[in-house]
Design a protein around this ligand. Sequence first.
Ligand code: NAD
Length: 437
Amino acid sequence: MRIAMVGSGYVGLVSGACLAQFGHDVICIDKVADKVGRLRKGEIPIYEPGLDKLVVDNVRAGRLTFDTSLAEAVGNAEAVFIAVGTPTRRGDGHADLTFVYSAAAEIAEALRGYTVVVIKSTVPVGTGREVSRIIREARPEAEFDVVSNPEFLREGAAIEDFMKPDRVIIGVETNRAHDVMAAIYRPLNLIQTPIVFTNIETAEVTKYAGNAFLATKITFINEIADLCEKVGADVHDVARGIGLDGRIGRKFLHPGPGFGGSCFPKDTLALAYTARQANAPQTIVEQVIEVNDTRKKRMAQKVIEFCHGSVTGLTVGVLGLTFKPNTDDMRDAPSLDIVAALEAAGAQVVAFDPAGMKEAARLMPSISFAESAYDAASGADVLVVITEWPEFRGLDPRRLKQLMRQPRIVDLRNIFEPEELRSLGFAYDGVGRRRPH
Ligand code: NAD
């Protein structure tokens, strides 16, 4: 198959490289010339484990190329994927579809022969129809079908998720488009991946329902963690206790500072907006959004209370800034709220993150950055763990204690063993864990 991928960000680049690995001929397009220039030189603009090798291998094999203009690639393609951003629209929380609609208009101009236009971006229900209308209006004679194929990959495990997905959802309405999509994903038949064909609206809703459910699960365990703290229970044991029930499942029951990232916050907002418009309000999702927003803000207060009510003049070492480990993505990361509130309360923040500091420096210009986790702990009055990067788990608490001005840790991801730290003389607070009486 000849495929054009419009948008080469986290989703477009990973999907493009993986589709090339499936054996298709893929051209990844991005309008940011610098990004395309770097990709052509073999430089990967994002941090995603394994992506550099996958891209280089497929470029070498002649199956993956990059371009800034979509005209030629779209003209020659059998399938054109739209993988542009759909950020939150200012003001009302709905998804901003400007990039999707302008990509659709550009694609319309370039279509030649029968082409399947696949929407991979996360878009509210109804967008597929609108994309179809835009193309039809611009090119009444064009031969095309619009398909919804939402992406479920997770940053940090994106290649594995794309190559071995739990399922693929395809919203399609003609046999011709069905066959093109089946051919694109045929390699997944070997590993018996369920491929669920639906109509376009169903596929669009499925993506939002999935993300909203996961956001709800996280928010649920976070509130249970609050209860555990108050009553002397341990949230990890509770999570295990309920998670072993097959109807609940063990994943996504890790308490923390609240969900962030480029998907859950914006997708829950967009779903709530769509549902209100459709007169079918999603009250659970609306609550999840509110509880999570409050939680992110409250985490700084937790640190302040732990420091006996004030961080004024204190140095706070921060470990981890990205919204989760193994990515450099800072979009809607809880650290943004927490660090801002700590600074507003008079703290001096020194942070370390293995991959996110370049982007963080842009978003948090007033904080200092450390060279390593130990460097961030050096001279700190309290150390706050915000992202559970694997390398933080191996930190030597004795060394941390020697470096810190005061041995205090607020562990918002529960990566340390409370008893071990307390026995070494640390004051320690986690999330939803029993406090010593
Ligand atoms: P991103 O911002 O990293 O990438 C989007 C890219 O599209 C940018 O590089 C931008 O320059 C490019 N672009 C925009 N308009 C263009 C145009 N007309 N022509 C060519 N290029 C254009 O975004 P992302 O994180 O990859 O997300 C893309 C979509 O996938 C979103 O709808 C998102 O919700 C969804 N999604 C993201 C994830 C994730 O983990 N990041 C997972 C599943 C789904």
